[in-house]
Design a protein around this ligand. Structure first.
Ligand code: GLA
Length: 386
């Protein structure tokens, strides 16, 4: 990203070169393992990536907030009195949602001009929306001198997404984006927010992100449906003893209680969550002890459970993951993020990466008619002022 060019674009849109805006950045994220566990109080293992959202922002002496983006033709001006109203242009609801949360903390939002510029592929499951939210949260906290920790900003952005946008997501994306560490994966307990950083450098292997380029249609409604199914499972299982989250149960406990869930689909959803939670713990141990084949096996098992029990993969994700697994030198492959399209990841022997991208690319395109993209994940630091 060229910050001078971005500044030029800012002045082109908003004028007044006498007042320089400030520049903020929030990354996207990729999750290594632990999918659909976060809103069940479970474990996750995400990393922040070097792609993300840049935000140039300054305060102005007018009763409006102006938004623009370099990603497409767009400009909006929202009067301060209307900041809490949901807009038909989806993306500005992310910053508006965050402002709404700051307002609820009694921060008086005043006039601003904001230019966003993102290089996370849209709808790819790499958290472009949480990245916009966290860039906004960090910028506003600085601009208005709000004393708030990064973890609290992640929680605030989650509330913003749940309450304003209506997506009942967990904390994983915002937490990874806020607390990300260069070359580290965050092993996070989503119930207690305790976390530690595990080295994500696997000598001799490269983490390849595979974008199916299948846009994640209807994600929010299908996602919220899964959240509701987990709530139903929790309710059924709680008839035995009170439970706070599905993650309270070990696999063995679940086996002995699962008869309490009468709906077979709901039972499968719960099984996924509880088995995935166990896989995260095993995967962290494997990573720390450099047992890479075991880590790969767990990645594969995670995808298979998301396909068979949680049913959030679909033809494109399954095809790209199968093609990846067929390549010699691939240690494991799985979807990442919410699912229903978007990205998958594979751990590939570094010397095989070119061959991997060519072969998987050709075979995937042949089977789906879609051209995939491949990115080499650079694992970077969390949200910050630049
Ligand atoms: C989306 C949500 C996260 C998490 C993942 C699935 O990315 O925003 O909170 O639930 O899906 O693991």
């Amino acid at each position: 990203m060229d910050s001078n060019l971005l500044l030029k674009e800012f002045y082109q849109r908003f004028g007044n070169e006498n007042v320089k805006p400030e520049l903020y950045f929030a990354p996207g994220r990729v999750n290594l393992i632990g999918e659909h566990t976060d809103y069940n109080g479970g474990y996750v293992l995400p990393c922040a990536i070097s792609y993300g959202t840049y935000l140039l922002i300054r305060r102005i002496n007018e009763p409006v907030v102006r938004f623009a983006t370099t990603n497409f033709e767009f400009k909006a001006e929202i009067p301060l009195t209307q900041l809490s109203i949901k807009q038909p242009d989806k993306w500005i609801n992310y910053p508006l949602a965050v402002m709404d949360q700051f307002a609820k903390l009694n921060v008086k939002i005043e006039g601003m001009e904001m230019l966003y510029s993102g290089n996370i592929p849209n709808g790819a499951g790499l958290s472009s929306s949480a990245s916009i939210e966290m860039a906004t949260a960090v910028a506003i906290s600085h601009l208005y001198n709000v004393d708030i920790s990064m973890v609290d900003m992640a929680k605030l952005s989650r509330r913003a997404e749940n309450e304003f946008v209506g997506m009942n997501c967990g904390i994983m994306d915002m937490f990874a984006i806020g607390m990300g560490k260069k070359n580290g994966a965050l092993f996070l307990n989503c119930r207690t927010y305790e976390y530690n950083v595990v080295s994500a450098n696997v000598a001799g292997y490269t983490l390849v992100i595979m974008n199916t380029n299948k846009r994640r249609g209807l994600t929010d409604s299908k996602y919220n449906e899964r959240v509701a199914e987990c709530e139903a499972a929790l309710k059924a299982l709680s008839t035995d003893r009170p439970l706070v989250d599905l993650s309270d149960l070990s696999l063995a406990e679940f086996e002995s209680l699962q008869h309490l869930i009468t709906d077979e689909v709901v039972r499968k959803r719960a099984y996924h969550v509880i088995s995935e939670n166990a896989r995260v713990l095993a995967a962290v141990d494997a990573l720390k002890e450099n047992r890479i084949p075991e880590f790969g096996r767990l990645m594969n098992a995670s995808h298979d459970s998301l396909r068979d029990n949680y049913e959030v993969t679909g033809f494109e994700l399954d095809t790209i993951v199968n093609e990846a697994r067929n390549i010699n030198g691939v240690i494991g492959a799985r979807m990442t993020g919410a699912g229903f399209g978007g990205c998958a990841i594979a751990l590939v022997k570094s010397e095989k990466v070119n061959e991997f991208c060519n072969t998987v690319g050709t075979n995937y395109e042949e089977k789906t008619g879609l051209k995939p993209d491949f990115y080499i994940a650079e694992i970077g630091d969390g949200a910050r002022k630049l």
